[in-house]
Design a protein around this ligand. Structure first.
Ligand SMILES: Cc1cc2nc3c(=O)[nH]c(=O)nc-3n(C[C@H](O)[C@H](O)[C@H](O)COP(=O)(O)OP(=O)(O)OC[C@H]3O[C@@H](n4cnc5c(N)ncnc54)[C@H](O)[C@@H]3O)c2cc1C
Length: 431
């Protein structure tokens, strides 16, 4: 039977709902959202001796953090030229360094320090081009990047692409060597355990409903009563509720859909992914896929729709995409089919900062396994007043648009536009 829970939640990836405790009347910091961001922030704050309460409206970790594709590695979607023209060379280089290197170092040291077993394998990532015309500009962009910061990556021409993935649909790509794969449920649960060990209190099934400033503290209204808090950190990303209007106006909650295939056998999967790489493609409604950590199945994701659609519709769309890439898999059974919500921003960059006295760290735009724990940690250091909390992601804009008042009414239109762009690019591929 097809499970609608993430494949990652099985066995030791199971999420953990901490025992219900009486809520304290007062804390130093209240973190809203127990995902990679909130739990990493809580760990840093608790380690510094602060009394921290993390509240989540569901089971901690059950947002995007345990639903994602399990690919870990650096980078962002803004071109170097655009990053420099928007923020100047110095901030742009910091954005690149933090997103490719510092966040990677942080994630690895967090895994090591807290002995988090999340099936991490530095298997690399292959970014596959959809069109021939992408190859030369991407090669120039990579050269520019490697002049600014040391990134372990190289171009792979279409003639050699079968070294990475057993399909001819792509037109070459880039291999990033220090990216890898994890079980994201184990990753977020590992960080939760670390936060608890450091003394943070984490409570699930307790939604934060409102915030009110009272003198020099916040009165946080939750489903289980009010709590006084010195500071509040919003770590709700794509799940940010509509009453936090300054944040929802800057976030676009885009759903993404995934499936796990039945067990295909290690030999067959190795034939499809000779180096066990994570694969992402450059199509507008892009697919991202990978071998399962035990190398016996394929976990396959894609933006089959930019709006919430019924599971059967998503599965049909994903089957078509999977079969287009690997025709031999077009009829395999799926054992799991699930979705999650990504928090996109208008500049495709996450942001850390404070608006109206409320802290936030969010907007990972589909790439948070490495960035979210890192920026949660940075936000915590900023709350502590520690200069080490400085990050370029506080210097960037976190823009909104006048027409985004909070409800993402425009997503159905964006869905049509992206379908059209994909159709156009398919035609261009034939030209
Ligand atoms: C399908 C999918 C695939 C992805 N694939 C990848 C990938 O392969 N690699 C990668 O790097 N990134 C990937 N991402 C992105 C990555 O998962 C996110 O960037 C990251 O998990 C964000 O973590 P977070 O803690 O900020 O948010 P989340 O994990 O989404 O946590 C937010 C939490 O806030 C809680 N919350 C919301 N409102 C309230 C409230 N009022 N009160 C209390 N709690 C509240 C929610 O319940 C939720 O648990 C993917 C995302 C999705 C959805």
């Amino acid at each position: 039977m097809l499970s609608t829970s993430p494949f990652w939640w099985e066995d030791s990836g199971k999420l953990e709902l901490p025992a219900e405790n009486a809520l304290p009347a007062e804390v130093d910091v209240l973190v809203v959202g127990a995902g990679l961001t909130g739990l990493s922030a809580a760990r840093t704050l608790a380690k510094a001796g602060k009394q921290v309460l993390v509240l989540d409206s569901g089971i901690p970790g059950s947002g995007a953090s345990s639903r994602n594709g399990g690919m870990i590695g650096g980078g962002h979607r803004l071109s170097i030229k655009e990053t420099i023209s928007r923020y100047g060379l110095q901030t742009a280089v910091s954005v690149l360094r933090e997103s490719h290197i510092d966040s990677n170092d942080f994630a690895k040291s967090l895994m090591a320090e807290e002995a988090i077993d999340c099936d991490y394998a530095e298997s690399g990532r292959f970014r596959a081009f959809w069109r021939d015309a992408e190859y030369n500009p991407a090669a120039r962009e990579l050269e520019r990047l490697q002049k600014l910061i040391p990134v372990e990556a190289e171009m792979l021409p279409a003639s050699r692409q079968r070294e990475e993935v057993a399909t001819d649909v792509y037109k070459g790509g880039i291999v990033y060597r220090d990216h890898g794969g994890i079980n994201p449920a184990k990753w977020v649960t590992g960080i939760q355990r670390a936060a608890l060990r450091c003394g943070a209190l984490v409570q699930g099934n307790t939604a934060v409903e409102n915030l009110r400033r009272e003198g020099n503290h916040w009165l946080v209204g939750s489903a289980r009563g009010n709590i006084k808090s010195g500071s509040v950190l919003m770590a709700t990303n794509g799940y940010t509720p509509s009453n936090f209007s300054h944040l929802v106006r800057r976030l676009i909650p885009v759903p993404s859909y995934l499936i796990a295939t039945e067990t295909l056998g290690a030999e067959r999967v190795k034939r499809l992914f000779p180096n066990q790489r994570m694969i992402v493609e450059t199509r507008d409604r892009h697919c991202y896929y990978r071998p399962s950590p035990d190398g016996t199945r394929v976990v396959f994701g894609g933006r089959t729709a930019m709006i919430k659609v019924p599971g059967a519709f998503a599965e049909h769309g994903l089957r078509g995409l999977l079969g287009g890439i690997f025709p031999e898999l077009k009829d395999v059974a799926f054992t799991h089919s699930w979705s999650g919500i990504t928090g996109m921003t208008f500049d495709f960059l996450p942001n850390v900062g404070r608006v109206g006295g409320v802290w936030h760290a969010l907007g990972y735009s589909g790439s948070g396994n490495q960035m979210a724990p890192y920026l949660g940690h940075k936000a915590a250091l900023q709350i502590l007043g520690d200069p080490a909390g400085e990050t370029a992601f506080t210097q960037t804009d976190f823009p909104t648009r006048w027409w985004h008042r909070g409800f993402p009414w425009f997503l159905p239109f964006a869905d049509v536009v992206y379908r059209f762009k994909d159709g156009l690019n398919n035609l261009r591929r034939l030209a």
